[in-house]
Design a protein around this ligand. Structure first.
Ligand SMILES: [Ca+2]
Ligand SMILES: [Ca+2]
Length: 331
């Protein structure tokens, strides 16, 4: 894209043009809190970054890794690692093996342990370690690859790693799964008094990889007593539970049970029977006057990469049907 194109280009093309070029930069951007949306196009990206060419003070004289750190996306299939033989006119037999760190063998990569011989004239050997691709979001994990002397005296049941700082390299597996974000589809729901339940929809957007969870809970409109404050057990049954979205699942309907117990009424009666009554009756009157509202909130997403959108609170209004009630009173 050229500067002269700016006037005519599509905004999405422009965004694409200004985002970081390299996978590494884009992943770094993601980690600093870049939104999932901008990275959705990374989904399924294949790539590998060879970070640093090994320039170490105490390198091995015979053999070493070309780079000390590689990053590879989960869906790349393998990581390609280059081994350099530093001596010519000499055959060399050596071993290479993977060593777990935060990455777990077989779950995140295939554990590999092989002995190879490089011919006299060969100076470079490329090896490939299989990387496991899954659908779950996970942090980026590391493992190591070591070069060892298969003829060396064993330590802890294994031949020792070759001396030198370039006989071990790190591989970082970059996750490219997008768990998405959660929010209500509608944040203001009205339901008429007398309804048995209210159904709210939680939607998952910007990715649907892996299983994710969050808590959903009802909450009073305010802590202070107010006429429009819906009351637990009197207007609705309180709820606090974990909801889960399976891989690929993008919508969930939550049912909250509404009740229509006019507890103040009963209390007023009881109190009345015991002849202590006016306060209860006053409450009772104001209760009947207006709509009652409660909140439903989404929180505590898991894993932590999952975001809750700005639509994290839904206000449920139980609408008082004045006309209906009046009609009843008139009877
Ligand atoms: Ca994946
Ligand atoms: Ca993953």
């Amino acid at each position: 894209m050229q500067v002269k194109d700016l006037g005519t280009c599509d905004i999405s093309e422009l965004l694409k043009a200004i985002q970081p070029d390299s996978l590494l930069e884009r992943f770094a951007f993601r980690k600093t809190g870049g939104s999932n949306k901008e990275f959705i196009k990374l989904k399924g990206s294949r790539g590998q970054i060879n970070h640093e060419v090994a320039q170490v003070e105490e390198g091995n004289e015979l053999i070493g890794f070309k780079c000390l750190h590689y990053s590879v996306t989960e869906s790349n299939g393998t990581v390609e690692v280059t081994i350099i033989k530093k001596v010519t006119n000499q055959e060399l037999t050596f071993g290479y093996r993977t060593v777990a760190d935060t990455a777990v063998p077989e779950k995140d990569y295939t554990h590999t342990n092989r002995v190879v011989t490089m011919n006299r004239r060969d100076t470079e050997l490329k090896i490939y370690i299989p990387i496991v691709n899954d659908e779950e979001w996970n942090p980026d994990f590391d493992f190591f690859i070591e070069l060892y002397d298969p003829a060396g005296a064993e330590e802890n049941g294994e031949p020792p790693r070759y001396f030198g700082m370039d006989t071990r390299c790190k591989v970082t597996i970059l996750d490219e799964d997008f768990p998405g974000s959660l929010g209500f589809d509608i944040t203001d729901v009205r339901v008429s008094k007398g309804s048995k339940k209210v159904e709210l929809t939680v939607v998952r957007q910007d990715g649907a990889d892996g299983t994710i969870h969050c808590m959903i809970g009802t909450e009073a409109l305010s802590e202070h007593q107010a006429a429009n404050n819906a009351i637990e057990f009197e207007d609705y049954l309180p709820l606090y539970e974990k909801i889960s979205f399976m891989h690929g699942e993008t919508e969930k309907t939550i049912t909250i049970t509404l009740v229509d117990e006019n507890i103040p009424n009963i209390q007023a009666k009881e109190i009345g029977d015991n002849q202590v009554g006016e306060e209860g009756e006053l409450n009772n009157e104001s209760d009947e006057e207006c709509d009652r509202i409660f909140k439903v909130k989404l929180e505590k997403p898991e894993p932590s990469e999952v975001k809750i959108t700005k639509k994290n609170v839904c206000m449920v209004t139980i609408v008082h049907q004045e006309d209906h009630d009046k009609a009843e009173e008139d009877r």
